[in-house]
Design a protein around this ligand. Structure first.
Ligand code: GDP
Ligand code: GDP
Length: 483
């Protein structure tokens, strides 16, 4: 599970500067969700192989009355959801009473907290940080966020346990790979990239890869499908969850958890086992929770990470919002399969429905491989059909393909539409093989494939998608120079 790092501090200390540096903004999920106070930014970041989520809590205004209350209302949820809190102060401004108020609160929270003294560029860091020791938060970490100085070692310290855990996992994986059985496969992959092999050797290698892939795919057989139901507050997630589970089961699974935990509910439908990842929190009979209480962006992101298939619910009456698109982007980035449900389709005029459909076409054109369902969670219409698309998406994501099939499809694509000339020579595609599942990865080998224009790569991806009938899941195609 991805760890969560929360940036806390009064305005202007450099939180968004650090946030941008960590996430390089392009991956940032700007979440201004209705029902949540102030703008909060969520982004994905990476250190080495470790991915984590950064939350910029938006800052606490120290001049306001009752800093504690303010803190509780604005940032407590983020602190609560975080694994580590980076409490930022400003070396140039010095210690302020707002800092003291925040520190007092963080001491009570008993979260792992690092005191980060920012803007230490161009000044004497030692004397700048000394006054902050009195905040009583232990060690002090001087950085200059705008220059990136000290940021790497700060994150290494903040996420030391998670990094150690990952290193251990990788160590174990390496040990497994070193065992004689798997040796053949790892060797062959190396040779695929670099070796100068004759035709027979190539065929032998590709057959070996197929075997490895077959074993890979095997692990997905007979597994429950982890299905996350996600969407903005009030789109109808709980109503849909209750509808899917049937009212009588709801009470049983109404278990307590922290705000960041989804509820995992095993269920069965048409012979298929599912684990429903419920981000909304199924509603107690006769009790109504406020959306703001049960909605959490981090919970949503984690549920997506953990799912095989994501059911993204949107509200027909609200249309597609930027937040919906952010969530969609996150799902695709994570390589998860997706089914879209346009909820509250009941009681709408035909002309209104036509308008909504046109608007959806326009905004969702880029994800034409995802199935779109019009449903009413309230009345149950269309809900059953969702599962056909969920099955299809999962099967697409874990579909077994072999080298000869992929290579044949690739050759057909090449015959239909030749790759362009680059420097007077034609790019030549030679072999394709599977590189993994969930999402499907296809590795294409050939001469000068690295020079292929994006338009041709897209053409190939679509060709694979159509030929293999892969719906509801992103496909990753990688290009390898050689053989
Ligand atoms: P936030 O309100 O906490 O998100 O703070 P910002 O990230 O918006 O930064 C506030 C101001 O401090 C901006 O003008 C930044 O350029 C500046 N700033 C941020 N980090 C540094 C730093 O490391 N050194 C210096 N000198 N200025 C910085
Ligand atoms: P969540 O925050 O996404 O879990 O949304 P809820 O399930 O709590 O639903 C929010 C509101 O939308 C509630 O008042 C529901 O009764 C209403 N709602 C949910 N699904 C439908 C639907 O299909 N049609 C209509 N008309 N209202 C719905």
């Amino acid at each position: 599970m991805m760890p969560v790092v929360a940036l806390v501090g009064r305005p202007n200390v450099g939180k968004s500067t650090l946030f941008n540096r960590l996430t390089r903004t392009r991956d940032a999920l700007v979440a201004n969700f209705p029902g949540l106070t102030r703008d909060r930014q969520y982004g994905q970041a990476k250190i080495g192989e470790l991915e984590f989520i950064v939350v910029d809590t938006g800052g606490i205004d120290g001049t306001e009355q009752g800093i504690e209350l303010e803190m509780a209302a604005q940032s407590l949820a983020a602190v609560d959801e975080a694994d580590v809190v980076l409490f930022m102060v400003d070396a140039r401004a010095g210690l302020s009473s707002a800092d003291e108020g925040i520190a007092a609160h963080l001491r009570r929270c008993q979260k792992k907290t690092l005191l980060v003294v920012n803007k230490t560029d161009g000044i004497d860091a030692d004397s700048a940080v000394s006054e902050f020791y009195q905040l009583g938060l232990g060690g002090v970490y001087p950085i200059a966020a705008s220059q990136g100085r000290g940021v790497l070692s700060l994150i290494e310290t903040a996420l030391a346990p998670q990094l150690a855990e990952l290193a251990e996992e990788q160590q174990q994986a390496a040990t497994l790979l070193a065992e004689p059985e798997s040796e053949q496969v790892s060797e062959s992959e190396e040779e695929l990239d670099f070796g100068e092999l004759d035709e027979d050797q190539v065929q032998e290698l590709l057959t070996a890869m197929d075997q490895a892939n077959e074993e890979d795919a095997q692990q997905f057989a007979d597994l429950p499908i982890k299905l996350a139901i996600v969407g903005r507050p009030n789109v109808g997630k709980s109503t849909l969850t209750n509808r899917i589970l049937g009212e009588e089961r709801v009470v049983v699974y109404d278990q307590p958890g922290t705000t960041r935990d989804s509820v995992y509910i095993p269920m069965q439908r048409d012979e298929q086992e599912y684990i429903l990842i419920d981000t909304a929190g199924v509603r107690r009979r006769g009790r109504v929770h406020e959306a703001v209480e049960k909605f959490s962006v981090i919970k949503t992101l984690k549920a997506i990470e953990d799912a095989n298939v994501v059911l993204l619910v949107v509200d027909a009456r609200e249309g597609i919002s930027d937040q919906d698109l952010s969530l969609l982007g996150f799902v695709l980035n994570a390589g998860r399969s997706i089914v879209l449900a346009v909820n509250k389709w009941d009681g709408l005029e035909d002309t209104v429905r036509e308008d909504i459909k046109r608007e959806l076409d326009r905004r969702l054109g880029f994800i034409d491989f995802a199935r779109l369902h019009f449903i009413s969670a309230l009345h149950g219409s269309g809900v059953g059909n969702l599962f056909e698309s969920i099955q299809e998406a999962y099967q697409s994501a874990t579909k077994r393909v072999n080298t000869s099939m992929l290579t044949r499809i690739m050759m057909m694509a090449q015959d239909d539409h030749q790759p362009p000339l680059v420097g007077g020579r034609r790019v030549k595609l030679k072999y394709a093989h599977a590189g993994g599942y969930n999402p499907p990865r296809i590795i294409v080998h050939g001469n000068q494939v690295n020079t292929l224009p994006d338009s041709y790569k897209r053409y190939l991806i679509n060709y694979f998608r159509r030929s293999l009938q892969i719906m509801g899941t992103p496909i990753r195609v990688e290009f390898n120079e050689g053989i």
